[in-house]
Design a protein around this ligand. Structure first.
Ligand SMILES: [Zn+2]
Ligand SMILES: [Zn+2]
Length: 1015
């Protein structure tokens, strides 16, 4: 052997190191560009990327999960020749961005932002997006994600904004747009309302004040109502107290009225039904501040499960309260402004925040003798998803899109979508059934400017494009840098009705408008002519080279064949896309969705920066490598939370080692044999052994299984197929073929090489680095990258043969179990193994004998005593009275054994989990059984067997010595054995010599080896 054909492998892979090498090779060779060029014009696979919010300066491991799944399926489709778009997206507007900038600048209110200046603020926000998009791109490239970086879409592009305008204009033309005056969840710090879909997952455990407050009745001296609240700040806005009209209320001796059901142990002086209390006037808690009339109203929904059964109603601070105010014509008192501070006309409360006010209010109630009880109450309470400020309810004028006419068409469109996992489609439908009108307005700055210009004449002007804006603008166009505040606010338009100049409302849009329009704005819907780099407008100018395609292109790529995001996107991106697509086209914007659950740390806790258990992707790249991360993501069933961490990564590295060692084994023996395979002759030929033919079939079955996994978007199926295959490859094929590799048999080498290439090809989408790195070492004259070799097309496998060998492997496993139970060493040869229930394996008796180290394998009934008892907790409930009869039949041995571990007794068929089975062998046998297969190992030893066992011991000892002394696999030795082993070498000397490569065996003092001069 002059020079090595294949470069040797280290004993363990250095994942991060080899990944950097592969990245450099891809860069140098333009691998991705080559792939795209090859697939151009092929069948289309349309994937649309859900935009990642560009507000972080490094990739997170949770974002890397989604990016991995996207990359895996795009790579798979690319191997199969599909033409793809590869456009990445960034979400660039909205509160996420604003809150980050506020934090950076140390601003903490809207007033401070306005003082800072909206122009400067807008530039800072853009700057965050620029820096973040660069960092996220770097991280994604390191992860191995192949996208057309540089042609990304940025949702703050003027083009994207214009497309949303267009959609809103359609909505207005259909009469679905309205200005609602209603109670809404409100973040006092961000100074804006929060819409229904933004509340998901925003509930946290909190302790709030719990107050029982006495409200004296005006016409019943000495008597009072007792109400309960956990939001003291709402008490100054109280206008009514609600009772359940059908419940009974009782008066205590001290005059306090409460619901009788709440205090079952109390005795009451007087009892009345709730309806009798309706209309009673009472003194409000703070009439000194806000004098308003107060009365008792009926409400069927008053709960008798908590509080006093009398509910405090403040229509200015609660959504149900607000609705009751409409029904009962109650005044609506609004105590706090946009920033959650009391208005000036609230006396001594003015300027206080809702939390600051709480203490003062409790104190004042105490002084007035109105406080019955004050404590703390633990409950789930919503907070702002961006700044974690507890939300309050406020009455606000917000812009809504009515969903009444859209609900059914959206449900119908969703019904055409194939969801994985399936339950997520049902979740979407549930959401659509229950969705309220979409609150699209936010009182903020860095967002989509809503193009609404309400005129005093009563006409609502809605602008649908930049061209329309320019046409109707009265002034200010010369300074319009971007379709964005503050510039856009300086462009009034002429009212279409009366011609007077009208200003834009100041609100910006919900960010989900920006992301939902992407299937239209990036694909050129209704755009007449293609514009090169036409998407790079407004704030996106200079950041991307994305084109604005024409409508013909949209027709080709819409709807998406596939999209994939986390489950929470059901109510966010999946929803907003579906919404806008149904408005514009009446169809779903995607055909298939892959959703997945949440990522937790490896102990199952949520990851939080403040808990110190988050993992930056950079750290994971350096410590585990991108392939190991991708393996973790892909082994995960999407319907369960992923427990991500370095512990699982170590486990994966160990698991991967089995495959790595198989490749290493090949390289080692191929080099020794000077085996030089050619790509064109990769199909093994010549004198193939049955085991080789089996491996070919097994390989084909694996590729087919992997293919089925990819086709059903279940990476976990691919990983399962891979793990099972590698076990067969390593622990059956290689183990059983070792001697052939020692002898350099070309058929064995060719078969193993063929198998390895197929594994690399099939796993390339999931493990793009290590597969390509190995490919580049194993393939001498074929495609230079595994990603440029097409998907390995294989014939349908001979599943019958595979089932036989699977049976063989199960027999071997059971035989090892039986041996372990007997306490005999694995090396000790035995006389006989009897196998029952694995007739498929009978053609492979020799292999079993060899593996199990027995002289003879018989396929026969095992003479074992079988005891079957009922599994009472399971069988009892099913059989009832019949149980006794069955129990007696089993005890008397009157039963029949059926396939698959089932039994029949007293006319009943019993499932495997309904019985407890015990088998014991005859004296001198060890028995093991599982799933209808039983083996019995004859444990009897004779001198012949013992001597052979000692020969095995000797071979093992010598080979250990060879390894310890650092001998090459091909080195020959002179072996010295102690006198005690003389009988072994006299009987088995030739065999031992062959196994340990000794040219001579001497008997001496102790075991020893000496390398002979000539190799
Ligand atoms: Zn907030
Ligand atoms: Zn007008």
């Amino acid at each position: 052997m002059d020079e090595q054909v294949f470069q040797s492998l280290l004993t363990v892979p250095d994942h991060p190191g080899l990944e950097e090498e592969v990245l450099a090779a891809w860069e140098a060779e333009g691998t991705f560009a080559q792939l795209r060029a090859r697939n151009a014009g092929g069948p289309r696979f349309s994937f649309i990327d859900g935009p990642v919010t560009a507000n972080r300066f490094s990739l997170g491991v949770h974002t890397a999960w989604g990016r991995t799944l996207k990359d895996v399926f795009q790579r798979y489709k690319a191997l199969r020749g599909f033409d793809q778009r590869y456009q990445n997206g960034f979400d660039c507007q909205g509160l996420w961005i604003e809150v980050g900038v506020e934090h950076e600048l140390g601003l903490n209110s809207k007033r401070e932002i306005e003082e800072y200046g909206l122009e400067a603020f807008a530039r800072k926000c853009r700057d965050v997006v620029v820096r973040s998009s660069e960092a996220l791109t770097r991280g994604s490239i390191r992860l191995g994600q192949w996208m057309d970086w540089g042609t990304d879409y940025f949702t703050f592009s003027d083009t994207n904004i214009e497309y949303v305008w267009r959609m809103l204009k359609v909505v207005h033309e259909r009469d679905w747009l309205y200005l609602g005056h209603r109670s809404t969840e409100w973040c006092p710090r961000c100074g804006t309302s929060i819409s229904q879909h933004e509340l998901i997952g925003s509930y946290v455990d909190r302790a709030d004040p719990s107050l029982y407050v006495r409200l004296p009745l005006v016409d019943r001296p000495g008597e009072s109502l007792v109400i309960w609240t956990t939001t003291p700040w709402t008490l100054p806005a109280n206008v009514a107290a609600a009772v359940n009209p059908t419940a009974e209320y009782g008066r205590r001796a001290n005059g306090e009225w409460v619901a009788a059901a709440r205090y079952p142990d109390e005795r009451f002086e007087e009892a009345l039904p709730g309806e009798a209390l309706v209309g009673w006037a009472y003194e409000g808690p703070f009439d000194d501040i806000k004098p308003t009339p107060h009365r008792v109203i009926p409400w069927d929904d008053v709960s008798l499960d908590e509080g006093t059964g009398i509910v405090h109603i403040a229509p200015g601070c609660g959504s149900e309260d607000f609705e009751l105010a409409q029904v009962h014509d109650l005044p609506v008192v609004m105590p706090v402004d946009e920033s959650g501070r009391f208005y000036d006309d609230f006396g001594w409360l003015h300027g206080l925040s809702t939390t600051e006010a709480a203490e003062q209010i409790i104190g004042a109630l105490g002084e007035k003798g109105r406080l019955v009880e004050a404590g703390l109450h633990e409950h789930r309470y919503p907070e702002c998803w961006r700044c974690h400020t507890p939300l309050i309810f406020r009455i606000a004028d917000d812009w809504f899109i009515s969903v009444r006419d859209l609900r059914q068409p959206m449900r119908d469109a969703n019904a055409t979508v194939e969801w994985t996992p399936e339950y997520m489609g049902k979740r979407m439908d549930d959401w659509l059934v229950n969705m309220g009108d979409w609150n699209i307005s936010r009182r903020r700055y860095y967002g989509l400017p809503l193009p609404f210009y309400p005129c005093v004449c009563g006409h609502l002007n809605v602008i649908g494009s930049r061209a329309e804006l320019e046409e109707r603008a009265v002034s200010g166009l010369e300074q319009l840098e971007e379709l964005r505040r503050p510039w856009i606010d300086r462009v009034p338009v002429a009212c279409a009705e009366c011609g007077e100049p009208v200003e834009r409302i100041r609100e910006v849009g919900d960010v989900w408008l920006d992301a939902g329009i992407v299937p239209f704005s990036t694909l050129g819907w209704q755009n007449e002519t293609w514009v090169d780099e036409g998407y790079a407008t407004g704030a996106a100018r200079g950041l991307t080279r994305a084109d604005l395609p024409d409508h013909a292109y949209w027709e080709q790529w819409f709807p998406a064949d596939w999209v994939s995001e986390m489950r929470e996107q059901i109510r966010l991106w999946f929803y907003s896309q579906l919404f806008m697509s149904v408005v514009l086209t009446g169809r779903a914007p995607f055909r298939r969705v892959l959703g997945y659950e949440k990522m937790l740390d490896e102990t199952g806790r949520e990851m939080h920066a403040s808990w110190g258990n988050t993992i930056p992707a950079e750290e994971a790249f350096a410590r585990m490598g991108a392939d190991v991360m991708r393996w973790q993501y892909c082994a995960q069933p999407p319907s369960q939370n992923l427990l991500f961490g370095f512990g699982p990564a170590e486990q994966i590295k160990r698991e991967f080692l089995t495959f790595w060692e198989s490749v290493r084994f090949f390289v080692l023996y191929a080099n020794i044999a000077g085996f030089r395979p050619s790509w064109d002759g990769r199909q093994p030929a010549g004198d193939l052994k049955p085991l080789d033919r089996w491996l070919l079939e097994r390989t084909h079955a694996f590729v087919r299984d992997a293919e089925a996994g990819y086709e059903s978007y279940m990476t976990t199926d691919v990983m399962r197929a891979f793990t099972a295959y590698v076990d067969d490859l390593s622990n059956w094929y290689i183990r059983r073929s070792r001697r052939r590799f020692w002898n350099g048999e070309p058929e064995a080498l060719a078969t193993l090489w063929y198998a390895l290439l197929h594994v690399l090809g099939a796993m390339a989408p999931i493990l793009p680095f290590v597969t390509d790195w190995l490919w580049r070492r194993l393939v001498l004259d074929g495609p230079e990258s595994v990603h440029l070799a097409a998907w390995p097309e294989v014939p349908e496998a001979d599943r019958a043969l595979l089932d036989e060998i699977a049976d063989v492997r199960r027999v071997v496993t059971l035989a090892h179990q039986a041996r372990a139970a007997s306490g005999l060493k694995l090396r000790q040869p035995l006389r006989r193994l009897v196998v029952e229930g694995a007739n498929g394996a009978s053609r492979h008796a020799d292999e079993i004998a060899d593996e199990v180290r027995v002289k003879d394998v018989a396929f026969d009934s095992v003479d074992a005593e079988l005891r079957v008892k009922p599994n009472l907790p399971v069988l009892g409930p099913r059989l009832g009275k019949e149980l006794r009869t069955v129990q007696q039949a089993l005890a008397a041995g009157e039963f029949e054994e059926l396939d698959g571990g089932r039994f029949r007794a007293a006319g009943h068929e019993l499932a495997p989990d309904e019985v407890l089975v015990e088998r014991s062998g005859r004296e001198g046998y060890s028995v093991a059984s599982a799933e209808g297969m039983t083996v019995a190992l004859d444990l009897q030893l004779d001198d012949e067997l013992l001597l052979e066992g000692r020969a095995y011991d000797l071979i093992r000892a010598v080979n250990t010595l060879r390894k310890d002394e650092g001998l090459e696999l091909t080195d020959r030795i002179v072996l010295t054995v102690p006198e005690s082993e003389r009988d072994v070498v006299e009987r088995h000397g030739d065999w031992v010599s062959g196994e340990v490569l000794s040219t001579e065996i001497r008997v001496g003092d102790a075991l020893g080896i000496e390398k002979t001069a000539a190799g």
